[in-house]
Design a protein around this ligand. Structure first.
Ligand SMILES: Nc1ncnc2c1ncn2[C@@H]1O[C@H](COP(=O)(O)OP(=O)(O)O)[C@@H](O)[C@H]1O
Ligand SMILES: [Mg+2]
Length: 274
């Protein structure tokens, strides 16, 4: 797919500034099960309700979303619109009540438990607003964790590499409370990419950061996208979605535009922002 940069998007790296992301090496490459431009995920007519105190909350109501491999998009909407519910389903953390969800060619709609976890670990890296780092572990140990769970013998080397990728080679032995908010989020991003997932899902990744640090983190996502990853940023913040070539808006559990969940045609102009 032709990459189009909308005029409102700041450049991924300012002129004269070194990009944060080190030049891509084989070690950096996401394990992409789907060639760029082909369907990475396809959710159709997905609904999800929660029961709370006798009341039923319809968090998602017939949502359809098609994302191609190598896309970077935002899912935007106000608080309570269903963004996190959608992200949890797309990320195989939860399953829908109805509808279908095909991820990398596999119908995962009916999967649960270990099988869903296996798919999630293989394809998806998560980044959250509150970083979710373990406080007593160093940056390096935090990033190594997902690899230790799967018995990777090169865990340390891979974790060091992931930290270098996010520009933190000089902070590997610091614990989270010895790092700034932006550095903590970088550690969390290193932990998300260390298993080389094809897709990065981030829920309000700049929500706890000041605006300048938030911009740096968004630039980092753009650089990771330029290396071929599919990136979905969930946010209520227009400044975040301005970094993404595509925006999907959700309100009251429905996709409301500016498109209707279908991936834009190859070479289509990006959605105008702000
Ligand atoms: N575990 C839950 N139990 C009950 N209601 C929930 C639960 N999670 C989310 N909801 C409700 O579903 C709706 C969508 O929530 P959510 O997906 O978290 O929205 P957003 O991320 O856009 O703020 C909200 O009305 C919320 O209160
Ligand atoms: Mg949310």
């Amino acid at each position: 797919m032709k990459k189009v940069t909308p005029p409102t998007m700041p450049p991924a790296a300012a002129p004269g500034r070194q990009p944060i992301v080190a030049a891509a090496s084989a070690e950096d490459q996401a394990v992409t099960p789907v060639p760029v431009g082909q369907t990475m995920l396809d959710a159709r007519n997905v609904s999800k309700t929660y029961e709370l105190g006798g009341a039923t909350v319809r968090a998602l109501d017939g949502v359809s979303l098609h994302v191609q491999s190598g896309e970077m998009l935002s899912i935007t909407g106000s608080s309570g619109s269903g963004k996190s519910t959608l992200m949890n389903i797309l990320g195989c953390l939860d399953s829908a009540d109805s509808g279908t969800y095909v991820l990398a060619g596999e119908d995962v709609s009916k999967l649960s438990g270990d099988r869903l976890a296996e798919i999630r670990n293989r394809y998806i890296g998560f980044v959250f607003q509150s970083f979710n780092l373990l406080p007593r572990l160093s940056a390096l140990e935090n990033v190594e964790l997902p690899l230790l769970y799967c018995g990777d013998k090169k865990a340390k080397e891979r974790a060091q590499h992931a930290l270098a990728t996010v520009g933190l080679d000089d902070r590997m032995h610091h614990e989270p409370n010895q790092l700034s908010g932006g550095q903590r989020q970088r550690v969390a991003i290193a932990r998300a990419i260390v298993t080389r997932p094809a897709i990065l899902l981030a829920d309000e990744p700049t929500g706890n950061l000041d605006s300048r640090t938030g911009e740096e983190i968004l630039t980092l996502f753009r650089e990771l996208h330029a290396q071929g990853r599919t990136i979905i940023l969930v946010t209520h913040d227009a400044k975040v979605s301005a970094h993404c070539p595509r925006e999907v808006r959700i309100a009251d559990g429905h996709i409301v535009g500016p498109e209707n969940g279908a991936a834009p045609a190859p070479g289509a102009p990006p959605v105008a922002k702000l």
